[in-house]
Write a protein that binds this ligand. Structure first.
Ligand code: 5AD
Ligand code: SF4
Length: 466
């Protein structure tokens, strides 16, 4: 099928040959960056099947919720959104118009057919490992079936997904995500990921390099490599030897036009020497590391099955900082894990003071069905979790502000990404992930320029071209 733009032309040239207009898909993305990447790939798959993507839900014939299961709230949000969609679908049916509703992503994987029982308006449920089959699933649904596809596919979904069209990559901007690794074998006792995303799988060097080259060719300047355990990525290099993520980064740094590389999310146990050396050697590799520790108490780290101590983590941070002294550190924290005492929580506060994070994410522990943590005794009271979270977040916010304030008056490199929120401005990104606000005349989108920071906002920087 052809795209709507082409259809308009066809209509103009030959009014009799009017074809049915292209169907439209609206995808709402929840959760992590990998879900953002997956939504793009779903759009690519459906686009090859004649669907155009739309940001206006009212225009969509197919509505997909690409969901997250990491915390209870994330999953509950999906069910309340499905309630709204059910009403919209009923209204449409009254007007004689079709609307297909699908749930994809991690809630789809975790709940499968249960979603159809709880929300009968849903037509399809497709897990993260099978979304390359989406066009086929949608066809079956339009033929009158309800479809649940959550079996792990034997085939490699990436071999079966169409490449994005160059104009779609250009439309998505000068930064891009690229999944290199999926799944997790670590089994932290709080986490659903090993169950929703399956065991660790690495994409091949050839697939990753080809995808990065295509992105660069379409004007992408910065690529963030994604994986639930990205630094556990490994693969066979062209010389037959085993590569780790560090070696892969050296290879990607050679691609012309690709000026910035990032990767997320890492596990402390998989930070090997070559990856740390890449931070020392590669100017292309941005001085930023998201390295979750989750807690500062050895007792809690053990109960979480993290398999490292607070001291191991601090030693690792020292090695990373010795390799790259301007590196910004970021982390994830959970407060109120079962059995966490006041003293355990104080250990987390102490660790945070020691590391000095440039940014961080912190959460109240949320029991996830099927994980060992959910069955532990000594769950912490909600009020205690709230109080700990507040104290931790106050400290982390202060550290974040200290970091941005330390940049005032400094000259920093910025990748100009998109028009600003206000007229006359453009928005860029610092090496440490802050938003940089510049005068529109300072640079064009896609440029990497030196700017001087004049003042700071909440994790953002105002700067002038020098
Ligand atoms: N409860 C609270 N936070 C969680 N995370 C993962 N699972 C849970 C849970 N059950 C947090 C961790 C992880 C981040 C992505 O989400 O901090 O690093
Ligand atoms: Fe959420 Fe984890 Fe799934 Fe990402 S991988 S969508 S964070 S549950």
């Amino acid at each position: 099928m052809r795209r709507s733009m082409e259809l308009k032309e066809a209509h103009h040239q030959a009014p009799d040959a009017l074809l049915t207009p292209a169907k439209k898909v609206f995808i709402k993305t929840y959760g992590c960056q990998m879900n953002v990447y997956d939504s793009q790939r779903m759009n690519d798959a459906l686009s090859a099947d004649g669907y155009t993507s739309t940001d206006v839900i009212e225009d969509a014939d197919l509505v997909l919720l690409n969901t997250c299961h990491i915390r209870e709230k994330a999953a509950e949000k999906v069910y309340s959104e499905l309630g709204r969609l059910r009403d919209m679908k009923a209204e449409r049916a009254g007007a004689g118009r079709e609307m297909v509703i699908g749930v994809t992503g991690c809630v789809a994987q975790a709940e499968g057919g249960e979603i159809l029982r709880r929300s009968p308006a849903v037509d399809l449920v497709v897990g993260p490992q099978t979304y390359h089959r989406l066009p086929d699933v949608v066809r079956r649904v339009r033929g009158g079936q309800k479809v649940v596809e959550t079996e792990y596919a034997l085939e490699d979904k990436f071999d079966h997904l169409p490449q994005p069209r160059r104009q779609d990559v250009i439309k998505r901007g000068v930064t891009a995500f690229l999944t290199v690794q999926e799944g997790c074998d670590k089994f932290c006792t709080f986490c659903v990921v090993p169950y929703t995303r399956g065991s660790e799988v690495s994409r091949s060097v050839a697939q990753i390099v080809a995808e990065a080259e295509r992105l660069a060719d379409a004007g992408v300047r910065e690529v963030t490599l994604l994986g639930q355990n990205v630094n556990a990525w490994h693969g066979e290099g062209p010389d037959g030897s085993e590569w780790g993520l560090g070696r892969l980064l050296y290879r990607l740094a050679d691609i012309p036009g690709l000026s910035r590389l990032r990767y997320t999310t890492s596990h402390p146990r998989d930070m090997d020497d070559e990856l740390i050396a890449a931070h020392r050697d590669l100017r292309t590799l941005m001085p930023y590391l998201h390295l979750p520790v989750q807690a500062g108490s050895n007792r809690i780290l053990k109960a979480m099955n993290r398999k490292h101590t607070a001291a191991d983590y601090l030693k690792l941070i020292d090695r990373v900082r010795a390799a790259r002294d301007d590196i910004a550190l970021s982390g994830d924290f959970i407060v109120g894990f079962p059995g966490e005492t006041d003293a355990d929580f104080e250990d987390t506060m102490t660790l945070v003071r020691e590391v000095r994070y440039a940014s961080a994410f912190s959460f109240k522990y949320s029991p996830r069905p099927g994980t060992p943590g959910a069955d532990m005794k000594n769950h912490v009271e909600e009020a205690v979790k709230n109080e700990r979270l507040q104290r931790l977040q106050a400290l982390l916010t202060q550290q974040q502000q200290d970091f941005v304030d330390s940049l005032i008056g400094k000259t920093i490199e910025t990748l100009v990404e998109k028009p600003g929120r206000e007229a006359g401005q453009v928005m860029g990104r610092s090496p440490w992930l802050q938003t940089v606000i510049l005068d529109v005349n300072a640079a064009r989108i896609g440029d990497i320029v030196d700017v001087k920071v004049t003042k700071t906002g909440y994790n953002s920087l105002y700067a002038e071209r020098i």
